[in-house]
Design a protein around this ligand. Structure first.
Ligand code: MSP
Length: 708
């Protein structure tokens, strides 16, 4: 089955419950650079990416956005694809898990595992983390997930189980026999330790939600999202299809050479995926390579911190090469790395504008000026100054070492090391030009000076050609332009594996010489920050992610539409645009009264009128005769308030005690069932039932803290 002259690389398929950001871009760019390089090496390459669209998280996000899961997935999947197209990512296929070819393939995989005796029916009762789509070891309703810290949910389900425990020994044997299967080494060690600590059977179906691929012959169950998602790597090639063309493709490209992933999904790829494949008697991928996390100015990017960086701002200002170069040069592959606009501009100016850009424009303009735009004839003759000859051969030697070092490092996924080598060489060429003074040689009219000038410029142009070819997979746009300026045609056709010194043809006619990396001034940083801020404000306004709304003390808290459920006060930002603020006057505003903005948007001043505070539940009990209401006493820092909230169906009163919640503190009091309610508790409202989920914090926050 294995074909040594092919290369199959995959990104994880991205969840559609979050819009693409620079973290997703990182993985995709790494894969794109590898795929481009493999193609230049003459290897038959297949690069797959796509979107992961099933599961409870997506079902809930869609419900909160008032659309069907499919509509929701269509929209976000198109955003991912649109971004990759804008960046000219060279993926060969983009798979969506909602496509028939995938659904059919996943069902075929399930049946195959069943037929081989690896699947049985059982029941599960315990805590489930919706965010990780995982059963976890946590005790009690709302207990935090040990993986991500988010509150878990209690579930009792009849499930199909996969006999993971039966594969422990085979997995360990496989890891031992394939030392390169998991990279880097630290991840490999973690995985081995995890498997050695004992594997439990894995639940591979769910009945608690519908948005998934039905189990063949038992459609009450949907297939576990990770079994569904992982199988994409094969369904995209045609697994599960009867078409001989698909079968041929699968045979040709499978097993994958590299599954590139982020470090947080190592277990799924390095334990579950090989276990499924071993059980199904299918070949295992050759390697799973995990990179670290991209942080924003040292902290994790997250929606709640409001520090998510989208790629578009950088694409629209410095361009895609700047982003690609930064990601591969700045981050030591395998480790966590930090992004900041400052660092981006510094790298751009230092390495691209002053480094490669400057080398290219000075070399090519001198050839234009002194040799009419034709690559000159280098001469080594006894009459040449021996010091010049020495410098030239030293540079040639450095070029050869650089090619070798660059290749070695790149192949070990040490992209920043490889680029460092290349830029060290650029500095060497700059030094060579500075020492040989071609502009002074051009002043002299004697034949030896002319020969020396020709040699210097040929040497510089040849060095530039080598740098450009090696850098192409990382910065494709600029190198394509430099290549054409060098008069060399289509850079993607360069056989990189044959790259060597001296291949530049004498007499090559240069193309039009233009700057490739104009310098960015300081104001660029501010501009990008502003653009990013504006983007995030716009996106918040039309967010597709869970909306925040208020759950008040009212029996109508679970009425039909999420917004109608809120009562008594303006809806918070994030409520669907166009929905009337419940309880708000329906008449037009009086003359002189501030109107927020058009389109039902409110101004920041309007928002600041709502006093949101962190409160802590001191006491909670059911309200007699009202099955949806709880009477809650909440400490808001300055006082303890009584609030009557319609959350009794979702929360048991005793479980709320001690919990930190978000309170609308300046709401006019009102009476419910004869009890005064003095404020509101903020919650998301899920699904058709409008089940409330209280807003909370992952970090510890002091009681009374203001939200703004
Ligand atoms: N859908 C699953 C993967 C299934 S693969 C069979 C998933 N999706 S995800 O949308 O959460 O994307 C995860 C991947 O995006 C990570 O593994 C990583 O490659 C990339 N990144 C997302 N955020 C990231 C950072 N902040 N930094 C670096 N990469 C991160 O998990």
């Amino acid at each position: 089955m294995d074909n040594p002259n092919k290369f199959y690389i995959t990104t994880p398929i991205y969840y559609v419950n979050a819009r693409p950001h620079i973290g997703h871009t990182y993985t995709t760019v790494v894969c794109d650079a590898i795929a481009r390089r493999q193609r230049m090496m003459g290897v038959d390459t297949f690069f797959l990416t796509g979107t992961d669209e099933h599961g409870q998280k997506i079902e809930r996000s869609a419900a909160a956005a008032n659309c069907t899961p499919k509509e929701f997935a269509d929209k976000v999947s198109a955003e991912f694809r649109g971004l990759w197209d804008k960046m000219k990512i060279t993926y060969d296929d983009f798979i969506r898990t909602t496509e028939p070819r995938h659904i059919r393939g996943v069902q075929a995989m399930f049946t195959r595992l069943q037929e081989r005796g690896y699947i049985y029916k059982g029941s599960y009762s315990g805590q489930y983390c919706v965010s990780d789509e995982l059963y976890v070891d946590a005790v009690g309703p709302g207990a935090p997930c040990p993986e991500c810290g988010r509150p878990t949910e209690t579930v009792h389900e009849e499930n199909y189980f996969f006999k993971l425990s039966a594969l422990e020994e085979r997995l360990l044997k496989f890891y031992a026999e394939h030392p390169d299967f998991i990279r880097p080494e630290t991840r490999r060690n973690e995985v081995i330790a995890f498997v050695k600590s004992g594997l439990r059977d894995l639940s591979v179906s769910r009945t608690s939600f519908k948005w998934g691929i039905p189990v063949p012959g038992d459609p009450k169950h949907v297939i576990y999202v990770w079994l569904d998602a992982l199988t994409n790597y094969m369904t995209a090639l045609g697994f599960g299809s009867d078409d001989p063309k698909d079968q041929e493709k699968l045979k040709h490209y499978w097993p994958a050479d590299v599954h590139m992933i982020g470090k947080e999904i190592v277990r799924f790829h390095c334990v579950y995926w090989p276990a499924f494949l071993l059980a199904a008697d299918l070949p295992l991928p050759k390697s799973i390579v995990a990179h670290g996390w991209l942080l924003f100015e040292e902290s994790k990017m997250s929606k709640s911190r409001g520090n998510i960086v989208r790629s578009e701002t950088i694409l629209d200002t410095l361009g895609q090469d700047a982003l690609r170069y930064f990601l591969l040069r700045e981050i030591v592959f395998g480790q966590d790395g930090s992004f900041s606009f400052d660092a981006l501009v510094q790298r751009y100016n230092g390495d691209l504008a002053n480094g490669l850009g400057n080398l290219s424009s000075r070399t090519l303009s001198m050839i234009n000026r002194y040799f009419d735009g034709e690559v000159p004839y280098p001469r080594s003759s006894p009459s040449l100054n021996p010091a010049f000859v020495e410098k030239e051969s030293a540079l040639k030697q450095q070029a050869e070492n650089t090619i070798q070092q660059f290749n070695e490092k790149f192949d070990r996924f040490d992209f920043s090391g490889a680029l460092k080598e290349l830029w060290f060489f650029i500095a060497g060429v700059d030094g060579y030009i500075a020492e040989t003074h071609p502009w002074s040689l051009a002043e002299e009219k004697d034949p030896d000076s002319r020969a020396q000038l020709a040699t210097v410029l040929y040497t510089a142009a040849e060095a530039l050609r080598i740098v450009t070819a090696l850098a192409h997979p990382i910065i494709p746009e600029a190198t394509d332009r430099i290549w054409r300026q060098l008069g060399l045609g289509d850079i993607t056709q360069v056989p990189l594996h044959e790259l060597a010194w001296g291949q530049l043809q004498i007499g090559t006619k240069l193309g039009k010489v233009e700057p490739v990396f104009p310098r960015a001034d300081k104001s660029m940083i501010e501009r990008m920050q502003q653009m990013e801020q504006q983007r995030s404000t716009e996106n918040e306004a039309k967010t597709t992610e869970t909306k925040v709304e208020q759950v008040t003390g009212t029996e109508s808290a679970s009425a039909s539409s999420p917004v109608q459920k809120a009562e008594g006060g303006a809806a918070l930002p994030g409520s669907p645009a166009g929905a009337p603020a419940p309880g708000a006057p329906s008449s037009s505003p009086a003359v002189g009264e501030r109107v927020g903005t058009t389109d039902n948007k409110i101004t920041i001043d309007d928002f600041l009128k709502v006093e949101l505070r962190v409160g802590q539940v001191k006491f909670a009990e059911k309200v007699k005769g009202a099955d949806k209401l709880l009477r809650i006493e909440v400490d808001i820092g300055t006082e303890v308030r009584q609030i009557v909230a319609g959350i009794a169906k979702a929360y048991e009163p005793e479980k709320l005690i001690g919990r930190k919640v978000v309170i609308v503190a300046n709401l006019a009091p009102r009476k419910l069932r004869g009890l005064e309610s003095n404020g509101m508790i903020v919650a998301a409202s899920l699904g058709e039932e409008g089940q409330p989920v209280l807003a909370g914090f992952l970090e510890d926050v002091p009681v009374g803290a203001k939200l703004k």
